[in-house]
Design a protein around this ligand. Structure first.
Ligand SMILES: [Zn+2]
Ligand SMILES: [Zn+2]
Length: 336
């Protein structure tokens, strides 16, 4: 596989050729032709489509009868818990196994040329992967399952409207299309909040211990962060939605982070085919901390001055911003 047409390998790791950019959804003046070309790509040929499909499959094949979910009963709650554990273990295990245990593409397309450090005192059990698996399974899965349980209970009892696609197919389709955008905005707001000093220190720093992330790092979060991060599951259920919308959100929130933290730009499929399997913007967030808070479709970082597109100019802007902030802190400390 010749990966030089996609970028270059430096000593530190793989650098994609194309700078990070947003789709034309919020371009001003609007770029209609570009938008029409981009939309199908964004919705049908990205991981969004996969998460929506898994959400649909979950609804038809794995969801207990709505009637049973009117009251909290151990049987259906354990059923959902078991399915969620199975999904997460298989999905994260597959990414980790392929890229980090079998090392099927070695460090080709890997953003950081080094493999994650095996031992470090910052991690639970002193090991990055064991720590990541621990937080994912002990905190992540139970918390997103709890949000799912509450959402299903709300739907089952009619405490929130249950959108029947045949009654309102337009809103059903619109919500399906705008759901990833809402997800992105929610993620950005939560993430910005988590970078407020005390929350960062006591909560979000746990996720940032992963400076060289791997798939299981994705959901390696403090329980308080899981509570914030997964809250979108219930929020979307309040929007005159169908459980499929909620389940698509669950899949993006629970399975998406494995893809966003692979540490690789592309996944090789055979000798000549690759698919996108990483998130360079988020990798830069793990590396540089105060850039690229958002997930990538709404240009929030651009609007609020924290966008880093991977270029030397962006690096320079970050240096200036960091210097200014240090000066402000120094001044404040001087006054105190
Ligand atoms: Zn962060
Ligand atoms: Zn992350």
């Amino acid at each position: 596989m010749d990966n030089t047409k996609f970028g270059r390998h430096e000593k530190s790791g793989f650098v994609p050729k194309d700078l990070i950019s947003y789709g034309p959804l919020f371009s001003w003046p609007p770029k209609l032709i570009a938008l029409l070309k981009w939309l199908p790509k964004y919705y049908f040929f990205t991981w969004n489509a996969v998460f929506t499909l898994i959400g649909v499959g979950f609804w038809f094949l794995l969801t207990p009868p709505l009637e049973d979910m009117k009251t909290f009963q151990l049987r259906w709650i354990l059923h959902l818990t078991a399915v969620n554990y199975a999904l997460v273990v298989v999905w994260y295990g597959a990414w980790h196994g392929w890229l980090y245990m079998l090392r099927r593409q070695d460090t080709r397309f890997k953003y950081n040329s080094r493999w994650p450090s095996i031992k470090s005192a910052v991690f639970v059990f002193g090991r990055q992967n064991a720590d990541n698996v621990f937080w994912t399974l002990v905190s992540g899965v139970p918390i997103f399952t709890a949000y799912m349980v509450v959402s299903f209970w709300l739907f089952a009892n009619g405490y929130v409207p249950f959108l029947n696609p045949s009654d309102n197919p337009i809103w059903f389709a619109v919500l399906l299309v705008i759901r990833p955008i809402l997800f992105d905005v929610h993620f950005y707001l939560v993430h910005r909040l988590l970078h407020v000093r005390l929350l960062y220190k006591y909560v979000h720093s746990l996720h940032h211990n992963n400076v060289n992330p791997a798939p299981w790092s994705g959901l390696s979060m403090h329980p308080v962060e899981h509570l914030f991060y997964f809250s979108g599951i219930v929020i979307i259920s309040l929007m005159n939605a169908h459980p499929i919308h909620m389940l698509s959100n669950v899949m993006e929130a629970s399975l998406g982070p494995a893809v966003g933290h692979t540490g690789f730009d592309k996944l090789e499929l055979g000798d000549n085919r690759v698919i996108s399997a990483g998130d360079y913007a988020h990798y830069l967030h793990h590396k540089l901390f105060e850039v690229n808070y958002s997930g990538g479709v709404v240009p929030l970082d651009k609007w609020f001055g924290t966008f880093h597109d991977g270029s030397a100019e962006a690096e320079e802007r970050l240096k200036v911003r960091t210097k200014k902030r240090k000066e402000v802190y120094a001044k404040r400390a001087g006054k105190a």
